[in-house]
Ligand binder design. Structure first.
Ligand code: MN
Length: 499
């Protein structure tokens, strides 16, 4: 007989955090309940119009309060927007301090947790199953920007399985709903697109699921810049500190987060393209109307009282959800070659994608330019990289501009690389390349971009205090509450303090 087991039980070894499925970010409604109980949800009046009016209100509240819309256009299903629109809120959902945000995300993406499958009966997202599809009737889908070509799903996690390995991928893609059971999708040349190309080459459709109303950490995990054979739902599990419960779709083998609000199941059809766009994108410009791939919807499943999430394009929720996982990945990549890099920031003015600020402790002249080259190699979206010293806060645009103003000379500190691949959504990349009639250039000619590197570091060695930042001793430690006389005024004729 084997000796009795005396080690810790499963219950004791299980990583318990406040983010697991019973915690404040375990599903979307738990997180909204937490935001609501701390005054961060604005409950909007009923019957707001889905066309423009809903997005206008959400846009005004973005970064201040999440917006909850009961009965938009009289629809039974409410809509929510803007619940991840501050860095501090995202850190709170992850259960870490804001200063630890990137390190915590990186730790999760380096230590993914495989998901655990639950039965349909235990999956809230399959409480209601509809196979008679009418997207417009079933879901309150907003039309966001002025020139958008109708209603769009902007916060849908698109989940597909690699046709070769079966490993899943998660991404957020814009999805135009232009028929009661068909949707056109933009796929940038990344993992989902690669899966689709592999299926299409064999003349097959690719099963996909579009998940709306996922929990905040799964939304964040979907934006990780991980290799193609890494399932972002495993990063979501690591962020939660517990394996993510998933359920098999009712019409395919795709696994979806069981605690999501709504799942649209469907197939990306081979050799089918339909017009999509224009659509207002994250750079705050419209993408042109082009022929795109099409999803044929096969089922809609949802909770009993579901909630629809929409992201207002180009606002804080959109920019931060993309920026934070990218920052964490870029920081890890830069540190691999340059341990003097201690922080990075994708500026909001740079649409959370294009302009990177790097904090770097330079030991030898020239190193900042190596850091610039390393960053451009890490992600094609980067268009401008500014390297500053470690006395500059990269999250503060005023401090970064100060460093550029006082430590940078364009004739020796500027790096320009012409004709590299950039973001296809940056409208300045296509100037002069338009086809007859002003149409966008063919896909393989889109997104050609120059790269600009700015070395705003001071010399390693300098004379006396010529590059020492001015500081008043005690400015960081002074206790104003102890130093200021509360309630006192001054008699300006006698200059006597009146208490
Ligand atoms: Mn991926």
């Amino acid at each position: 007989m084997a000796p009795a087991y005396t080690g810790p039980t499963m219950e004791e070894t299980r990583v318990k955090t406040n983010n697991d499925e019973t915690g404040l970010a375990g599903d979307l409604r738990s997180w909204l309940s937490h935001l609501g109980s701390t005054g961060r949800v604005a409950v909007v009046r009923e019957h707001v119009k889905l066309k423009h009016q809903l997005a206008a209100i959400a846009k005004r509240l973005d970064g201040e309060q999440a917006a909850f819309f009961p009965a938009p256009d009289g629809h039974a299903m409410p809509v929510v927007s803007g619940f991840m629109s501050r860095r501090g809120w995202i850190a709170e959902a992850m259960g870490v301090r804001e200063s630890d945000l990137l390190a915590a995300f990186r730790k999760a993406s380096d230590n993914p947790l495989p998901w655990r499958e639950v039965a349909s009966a235990e999956a809230p997202c399959q409480q209601v199953v509809t196979r008679d599809i009418d997207l417009h009737a079933a879901l309150p889908i907003p039309t966001h920007s002025e020139h958008d070509n109708g209603p769009y799903i902007t916060a849908g996690l698109v989940i597909a399985r690699n046709p070769v390995t079966g490993i899943q991928n998660v991404s957020i893609n814009r999805i135009q709903v232009h028929a009661k059971d068909r949707m056109a999708i933009l796929m940038l040349p990344r993992h989902l697109h690669a899966f689709y190309q592999a299926a299409e080459a064999k003349g097959e459709a690719l099963d996909v699921a579009v998940v709306i109303g996922a929990d905040p950490l799964t939304l964040l995990a979907s934006q990780a810049i991980s290799p193609i054979d890494h399932d972002e739902l495993e990063i979501a599990g690591a962020l939660h500190g517990a394996p993510l419960p998933v359920v098999k779709c009712v019409t395919s083998e795709v696994r979806v987060p069981a605690r999501a609000e709504i799942v649209i199941e469907g197939k990306l059809l081979p050799k089918v393209r339909e017009p999509e766009g224009p659509f207002g994108e994250f750079p705050k410009y419209y993408s042109a109307r082009e022929e795109r791939e099409v999803i044929q919807v096969t089922a809609i499943t949802h909770r009993e009282s579901p909630l629809f999430h929409t992201i207002v394009p180009a606002e804080m929720e959109h920019l931060l959800l993309g920026a934070i996982p990218r920052e964490a990945t870029l920081l890890a990549l830069l540190q691999r070659s340059h341990p003097g890099v201690s922080d990075v920031h994708l500026s909001i003015g740079g649409v959370g994608r294009y302009h990177l600020h790097v904090k770097f402790k330079k030991k030898r002249e020239g190193e900042a330019k190596n850091v610039i080259l390393c960053a451009f190699g890490a992600h094609y979206d980067l268009k401008q990289v500014t390297v500053v010293d470690d006395d500059v806060d990269v999250h503060d645009p005023l401090q970064v501009e100060w460093a550029v103003a006082t430590r940078f000379q364009a004739d020796r500190d500027l790096v320009v690389i012409a004709g590299a691949q950039g973001s296809v959504l940056d409208p300045s990349t296509t100037v002069g390349m338009e086809m007859p009639g002003g149409a966008p250039p063919p896909a393989h000619m889109q997104g050609i971009s120059a790269k600009m590197g700015i070395d705003a570091t001071r010399p390693v060695v300098y004379h006396e205090h010529v590059f020492t930042k001015v500081k008043v001793p005690g400015e960081d430690t002074v206790d104003l509450a102890a130093e200021i006389t509360t309630g006192a005024t001054v008699d300006w004729s006698s200059m006597q303090v009146v208490r």
